[in-house]
Design a protein around this ligand. Sequence first.
Ligand code: ADP
Length: 214
Amino acid sequence: MRLILFGPPGAGKGTQAKLLAEHRNLLHLSTGDMLRTAVRNETPVGNEAKGYMTIGELVPDDVVNRIVAEALSEIDHAGFILDGYPRTVGQAQFLLDLLEENDAPLDAVVSLRVPEEHIVQRLSRRRTDRETGEIYHLDFNPPPAGLPETRLQHRADDQPAAIRKRLVEYHTKTEPLEDFFETGARYVKVDGVGGLDEVSERVEEALATIETTA
Ligand code: ADP
């Protein structure tokens, strides 16, 4: 299956993509994670992306398109879930062209719907385990007792000013993609408010509907 998980920052894309990838044996491609790794390793891509990411701006399309194209070619464009990409109309066009060239059509775009008032609260209380990459929320999905505080990372772009900037970027550059995708037959909206398992069940139900009508 070839999937896009779409939604605003803090919609739970990372958490749900990870669960889906495990259930369905898909490659989970998170451009956010790939970029953060590049920043940590101080690669040329990382050095270019760092300034944008810290203040909550989108990284230029050509940088992100390149890393996605490379990652997809490694798996021969089969069996993936894209999390956090595409995020602009330019990226979406690039991806669709790339998939068409490789005869690898998308199966579905799943849009996780979360109202804005939930988003800021989710992001500001989000923490990531530096070692495993596991995502927690201090109130809704707390880290296990005994996990040392020093392993929990509060992302630089999960600070209030960067969160506000990310939401502006989302509304101006990413939201217009909804119209772009909505013209395709396999665009499904899933309510992203609720517990992890609840949302995960809704995503699986939505995919099952798509599979039976495929
Ligand atoms: P979130 O979805 O919570 O905003 P991500 O971890 O997906 O977080 O992305 C973090 C940051 O990485 C973004 O704010 C942006 O700077 C950069 N980034 C990730 N994916 C893309 C993309 N497809 N295009 C441009 N920038 C991106």
